[in-house]
Design a protein around this ligand. Structure first.
Ligand code: PSU
Ligand code: MN
Length: 305
């Protein structure tokens, strides 16, 4: 129904038409989440990780006013190397599209486009959430409200500790979004496999996750499922080391009066620059790990219809 609004790559379209597994990937992480050239290398490696798991990758972005589902290598390069690419969340979508601009899509915008294309599984690094201090700033990512609407499963490495993890979990509960951690009781916090919080739900196999997704959507319980995938052992960063960088980044953001959509990219950049690449390496490891899990879930889910 929506396909005249989308430009779907032929390989992705063919897979969707034949009920083959497809995994959506976001592009804000390429343009605003990681430095060049690691961003482009990672984006390509993530696509490969999806393929290795038996699914077709569809990286999503707005290119010259088109919602693209599946990008060429040149387009990924462009998003990774060009300064001033728009960061597009839901509120920016109609503006960027109608002005024929190019933008990288956040989790919220990527999910919406993925759902329009018929993709049900999405891999990312970290979702946006309720920021620390949100009781005063009201800084809550549109990723969360979008997750209450749109039927896409999101595989992330939990919630990043630049956010208020407790408030983010409360918000997800209010919005009726199931939070499932894969294979453990501790809810992971991106760079670390723990967070101090216990996961609301736990499943140990991709088959069980696929069954739950299928049942949820059959019952018209609309919205996302957040699947938290702990970072592989050995690649995590010590929580106190991360916390020191995060506190410094928050302090600097306040000093420079960073607000609105700039907050998350500012914090990510500050932390990457001050943690001697340690956080970047962990970031890459966890995204690859998420892509592989998402690929396996997509395979199991496509086997159920
Ligand atoms: N967290 C990360 N890396 C990212 C993002 C968040 O660790 O790249 C990006 C994602 O695209 C996410 C977006 O959807 O930031 C959230 O931005 P905001 O907080 O402005 O909604
Ligand atoms: Mn925000």
């Amino acid at each position: 129904m929506y396909n005249d609004l989308l430009a779907i790559q032929p390989e992705v379209l063919m897979a969707l038409q034949n009920n083959k597994p497809v995994v959506a990937l976001e592009s804000t992480i390429i343009s605003h989440g990681m430095p060049w050239p690691k961003n482009v290398e990672t984006a390509l490696a993530v696509e490969q990780a999806v393929r290795d798991a038996g699914a077709i990758p569809a990286t999503i972005a707005l290119i010259n006013g088109q919602s693209k589902v599946g990008l060429s290598r040149d387009e990924i390069n462009y998003l990774g190397q060009t300064n001033g690419v728009w960061k597009v969340s839901l509120r920016d979508m109609p503006y960027v599209l109608s002005k024929q601009l190019t933008g990288a899509t956040t989790v919220a915008a990527t999910m919406r486009i993925a759902a329009m294309a018929g993709i049900r599984v999405f891999a990312t690094g970290g979702i946006g959430g309720v920021h620390r201090g949100a009781t005063a700033t009201m800084d809550i990512s549109a990723d969360l409200t979008e997750m209450s609407n749109t039927n896409v499963a999101i595989v992330s490495a939990g919630v990043k500790s630049i956010l208020d993890i407790g408030l983010t979990l409360e918000y997800l509960e209010t919005m009726g979004i199931p939070v499932v951690t894969y294979g453990q009781d501790a809810f992971p916090s991106f760079y670390s496999s723990a967070s101090g919080f216990t996961t609301p739900l736990r499943l140990d196999t991709t088959k069980e996750i696929a069954n739950m997704l299928s049942l949820k959507w059959k019952m018209k319980l609309n919205g996302a499922v957040l699947i938290a995938n702990p970072l592989p052992a050995g690649s995590d960063v010590a929580p106190d080391v991360m916390e020191a960088h995060i506190v410094a980044a928050l302090h600097e953001a306040e000093k420079q009066k960073i607000a609105g959509k700039e907050v998350t990219p500012f914090l990510l950049k500050y932390i990457a620059e001050h943690s001697k690449g340690e956080s970047l390496e962990a970031n890459i490891a966890l995204i690859l790990n998420n892509a592989a899990l998402a690929g396996r879930i997509a395979v199991d889910l496509s086997g159920l219809d």
